[in-house]
Design a protein around this ligand. Structure first.
Ligand code: M6R
Length: 367
């Protein structure tokens, strides 16, 4: 049942190229140049009337929502807030009839997410669900549903569900952009072409799992470490940190790279591992200078960056891993893969139960 892999998590990490293809399949026009989300009931007129978007979810699904915020804001220029479901419900969110609430849930049964969905509907918002389970509570109660086609996810640590949620956000962001006229046809076609290259690019990363394994073994001896990044790299840093804590029980914190010097730098001392994400070229120099701040205090930095920057990155980090080149908005679909492998191999090195970490359940049906 594990298809020759030692754990479900590793199997599911390797299923990501297929999950990307399956989630995209049938959702593009015949010529592949535009998005065709025919499952949506929401009309073009209603899509044009949306004035704000709230993305609500828990854990890893919420982290996908943080990427989703950037995707929708950049592609469709609509203000987006992303919130943790257990907070959203209790803060009297400003929900108006022109608010679209997007709930994200692999299982479609997470109690807080479902309660947030109900609250949003009670306030008159339209709800779109991004879920992996057809017929789940979230899928049944939402007005619109985009099913991610990741296939069943068994490991408690979410991997292929997260990346499929990213694909769903890219498709929906482009769909909004097409309908609202915020991006032209050539732009949309270009993003879709880059998306179609992602599965093969993921394969390339997976083929280098041994490199990540070595790094994972070296960090597994540490009690605490940091993940840093700017922009969507920060969103991915949060996901990398959660995954590591969840299955390796090593404490880590994700920090917006520019925020370190406002307190956290005090915790950087000789030998502390810092995992730095550097995929956003326009923020590159800024992140490099934050890396230097940590190195000056003895940090051991592992940089994840875009292919082609080897020479510059080598000057500032101790170990490095290059991801294939893609569009800036699409990098999370690649940069998260080495982080998933990192937590997997760290957990393995420490002898933990990778698929069933202590204290956690796959589906959280209590509030
Ligand atoms: O089924 P859901 O996507 O609603 O689950 C939400 C979280 O419980 C889940 O993503 C959790 O954070 C994962 N175990 C993280 O790997």
């Amino acid at each position: 049942e594990k298809g020759g892999f030692d754990h479900f998590m590793l199997k599911e990490i390797h299923e990501q190229p297929k999950a990307y293809r399956d989630t995209m399949r049938g959702r593009l026009s015949d010529d592949g140049r535009s998005v065709a989300l025919s499952e949506l009931n929401i009309t073009p007129e209603q899509l044009r009337g949306i004035n704000r978007v709230h993305i609500v979810a828990c854990g890893t699904a919420m982290h996908a929502g943080l990427v989703g915020k950037t995707v929708i804001e950049q592609l469709a220029r609509i203000p987006v807030e992303t919130d943790v479901a257990s907070e959203y419900r209790y803060r009297s969110p400003i929900i108006t009839p022109d608010t679209l609430v997007i709930v994200v849930s692999q299982s479609g049964e997470t109690a807080d997410t479902l309660a947030a969905l109900r609250e949003a509907k009670r306030c008159g918002a339209r709800v779109l669900a991004i879920t992996n389970v057809v017929g789940s509570s979230v899928a049944r109660e939402a007005d619109d549903v985009i099913i991610t086609l990741a296939g069943p996810e068994i490991a408690v640590a979410s991997t292929k569900a997260y990346t499929s949620q990213l694909i769903a956000f890219y498709l929906f962001g482009l769909h909004l952009a097409q309908t609202r006229g915020t991006q032209d046809e050539a732009f949309v076609a270009n993003v879709l072409a880059a998306m179609q290259a992602l599965p093969e690019q993921v394969e390339k990363i997976l083929a280098q799992a041994e490199t990540i394994k070595g790094i994972a073994e070296s960090i597994s001896h540490h009690r605490s470490l940091f993940f840093i990044g700017r922009g969507i790299d920060y969103a991915v840093a949060l996901e990398g940190s959660l995954k590591l804590k969840e299955i390796s029980y090593i404490h880590s914190e994700a920090y917006a790279a520019g925020e370190l010097k406002h307190g956290t730098l005090a915790l950087i001392e000789e030998g502390v591992p810092v995992i730095a994400l550097l995929t956003q070229e326009e923020l590159y120099e800024k992140t490099i200078s934050n890396i230097k701040e940590t190195k000056a205090r003895g940090a051991h930095v592992f940089g994840i960056y875009n292919e082609g920057h080897e020479a510059e990155v080598a000057k500032s980090v101790d170990r490095q891993f290059a991801i294939p080149r893609t569009l800036p908005l699409l990098t999370p679909a690649l940069s998260v893969i080495p982080l998933q492998l990192l937590s997997y191999y760290a957990s393995l090195a420490l002898g933990h139960d990778v698929d069933k970490p202590r204290n956690l359940a796959k589906s959280v049906t209590v509030e």
